[in-house]
Design a protein around this ligand. Sequence first.
Ligand SMILES: NC(=O)c1ccc[n+]([C@@H]2O[C@H](COP(=O)([O-])OP(=O)(O)OC[C@H]3O[C@@H](n4cnc5c(N)ncnc54)[C@H](O)[C@@H]3O)[C@@H](O)[C@H]2O)c1
Length: 247
Amino acid sequence: MSTANDKPLALVTGGARGIGRAIAERLCEDGFAVTILDREREAGEATAAELSRQGHTVTFEAADLSDHASLGPLIARLPVPTVLVNNAGLFDNRPLFDLEAGDFARMMDVNVTALFLLSQAAARRMQPGGRIVNIASRAFLGAKGHAHYVASKAAVVGLTRAMAMELLPQGIAVNAVAPGAVETEMVARQSPEARAALLALQPTGKLAAPADIANAVAFLASARTDFIYGQVLMVDGGKSLGGGMGL
Ligand SMILES: NC(=O)c1ccc[n+]([C@@H]2O[C@H](COP(=O)([O-])OP(=O)(O)OC[C@H]3O[C@@H](n4cnc5c(N)ncnc54)[C@H](O)[C@@H]3O)[C@@H](O)[C@H]2O)c1
């Protein structure tokens, strides 16, 4: 349940940058030791070093989530986690008629199957009080131009609910956070037109900061959420509320 320095351990996938990095930082501030799992070694080591310089306890483990056979052994050789945050994810814009089976497989491999395998391996070892927080997306409600991503995030919501029911008797709470558009590299890679379209749909007139998502994750990762299971917390600046015309 604890690391050598007696802080509870939180594993954060995709913590090298973006939302995952903000989650790692926020969980450190909440008293966790954090291990970042990411395929980007240089960025992951730099993030771990920078957070450690700030006085936090952070380590980095290189891991490619699409290498499914490696995930169980990886979790088995790490200290027992109190929290697992399944944040790493792929995004890709591709219209429906351009999508091929391989596009679906690549997306599902990382966004869904790896999330399931990591959760299964972590839950085998977690003590009562353990927490799994999955990063879905507001897009699970539906979005144009990336049906494979939408399908993967809807699967994350389904898995969150199913795992919550099966792990509840073990004292492990599984919940999800569904961000709207967030200022990260994932969004920076979009065209100016796609970015303008995103902003036009934002009731707040701005995109979320990674810290906005990290705050919601920190809540669901804490011991204070003992009666919350299988929920999806929308952190989207009101975007999922409707058109605002009252109709
Ligand atoms: N940025 C947004 O607007 C937004 C909105 C809704 C949901 N999300 C979700 O939030 C999560 C994080 O998004 P982000 O914007 O920070 O993305 P990002 O692309 O900036 O960072 C993703 C991180 O995951 C890692 N990663 C990707 N594939 C991996 C693999 N196979 N193995 C190991 N690590 C891998 C990357 O190296 C990177 O560090 C994703 O699940 C994404 O779908 C993002």
